[in-house]
Design a protein around this ligand. Structure first.
Ligand code: FE2
Ligand code: FE2
Length: 468
């Protein structure tokens, strides 16, 4: 510390009752050494102060953690039900922002004398009531209002206050943690403002959104705000979540720009004609890029899993959230690559086959399908595709598939741990049951016209038909 004089410069000096005993010769010598010291380093002006004890710090951080975890889960629950492409993509990213905020807070809580088991086991019925009500949003526009105009800004404000109020020295790690979270909040809340304005300009009635905002703000105020320490007000009534408990959607929704199909997994079959000869490089290349764009369904899959396995295991929720963001990126990569190839991305029909089957399914089987068949399947063919792209000097495909391969390898690795949390089934039994369920679903969608009495689609067929 670069203090100027031996006098106490901390904000806690008023409480000092024990006198300092200085020996004059030592003091004079110290002053002389300081005078002769040649370097004037930047001065640290922080003082010892701060409103919170470790216990109160932890109480507040625990609520922050719980909010972040619940927001991650809540957005995951809505991934199938958001029709608008841009909103679904951005939500895939926000899921991870909340997951990562939760992770940072969880680590700090562990340093503030809380066991991880207790952090993970924490529940708050009042916050749950608020989240349940948020989930009852009647549209994606309302969801954004609740997430980003009510709870999001309230959290950001609480984080800023905490940064101001806690001790900048003794609690510096908390300040750094909250500041890092806020760097994700800024672009997230800015984007949401513009997105909500776009909904309104596009015809969504503003008064309805305003009413919903007011309703959730009152509910938040009734639980004492984010910290639980504000004066409590009367809760609004009636609550939607009381009249109708939330159940997540099971059907993948798309906006009107998309032309969708679910009666096959094959693009040429869906288009009823070929663009390029089957098995040609051109065909494999376009199939790969379309599949990436159509990974909008993978945002839905992994986001939904977070909801379906909520509270089972934080690390799995976190991994799923990260994969959800990756899949949002793959979708964006596919969308841009289609444009780079000269297509209007919406002219290419969007495959809903996999997501339609997974939507209502138990998470373990849906996860086994997308992870064990879909992602493992991609890795079987991607090496030769990358080689072929290199041979042909196809820089675009080479570049995107190189990054996507790294991502998918990571997903396969993380998937193994996540599946263990989802089910006790042995690998063989899990694979068998998954194939049966998908056969049933694919037959019902018309992807197969098989009349055989006991027919189960093979692993290769699944990889091909519901490729990811
Ligand atoms: Fe992917
Ligand atoms: Fe993936």
């Amino acid at each position: 510390m670069n203090t100027e004089s031996p006098k106490d410069t901390t904000g806690l000096s008023a409480q000092r009752t024990i006198p300092a005993i200085s020996f004059p010769h030592q003091l004079a010598a110290a002053v002389e050494r300081k005078r002769a010291y040649p370097y004037r380093f930047p001065r640290d002006t922080r003082q010892l102060r701060g409103k919170y004890s470790v216990a109160e710090n932890a109480r507040r951080l625990l609520r922050f953690f719980y909010f972040e975890r619940r927001l991650m889960q809540a957005l995951g629950a809505w991934t199938l039900s958001i029709p608008e492409f841009e909103v679904k993509l951005e939500t895939g990213r926000h899921i991870f922002y909340h997951a990562d905020a939760a992770r940072l807070l969880r680590e700090r809580l562990n340093e503030q004398e809380m066991r991880l088991r207790d952090v993970d086991g924490f529940r708050d019925a009042e916050i749950d009531r608020l989240i349940e009500e948020l989930l009852g949003a009647a549209s994606a526009g309302e969801l954004l209002v609740g997430m980003h105009q009510v709870i999001g800004p309230a959290l950001a404000t609480a984080y800023r206050h905490h940064v101001d109020d806690t001790d900048p020295l003794t609690d510096a790690p908390t300040i750094r943690c909250l500041r890092r979270i806020l760097t994700d909040y800024q672009p997230m809340l800015d984007w949401a403002e513009k997105a909500i304005a776009a909904y309104i300009e596009g015809g969504v009635p503003e008064p309805e959104l305003a009413l919903w905002r007011w309703h959730l703000q009152r509910l938040l105020a009734s639980i004492g705000g984010v910290t639980g320490s504000d004066a409590r007000t009367e809760p609004p009534a009636p609550l939607r979540s009381v009249a109708k408990p939330f159940a997540r959607g099971t059907v993948p929704l798309r906006d009107v720009r998309f032309d969708t199909f679910k009666n096959t997994g094959d693009y040429d079959t869906a288009d009823a004609r070929e663009r390029f000869p089957k098995d040609s490089y051109e065909n494999l290349r376009l199939r790969f890029i379309r599949t990436q764009r159509d990974e909008v369904d993978a945002i839905e899959a992994f986001g939904t899993f977070i909801w379906d396995i909520r509270f089972k295991d934080f690390q799995s929720e976190y991994s799923l959230a990260r994969i959800t963001w990756d899949e949002a990126r793959h979708t964006e990569i596919g969308h841009r690559a289609l444009m780079a190839c000269g297509y209007e991305p919406f002219e290419l029909r969007n495959r809903l086959t996999g997501s339609t089957c997974r939507g209502p399914m138990e998470p373990a089987f849906a996860m086994a399908e997308i992870n064990l068949f879909g992602e493992v399947g991609v890795l079987k063919t991607i090496n030769s595709l990358i080689d072929a792209a290199a041979e042909r000097n196809d820089a675009l495909l080479h570049h995107i598939s190189d990054f996507i391969r790294a991502d998918e390898r990571t997903h396969v690795r993380k998937g193994a741990d996540i599946i263990k949390v989802m089910t006790d089934l042995e690998a063989k039994a899990l694979e068998q049951r998954t194939r049966e369920l998908f056969t049933e679903c694919l037959v019902s969608l018309g992807a197969f016209q098989k009349d055989m009495d006991v027919f189960t689609v093979s692993r290769d067929d699944l990889e091909q038909l519901v490729g990811e």
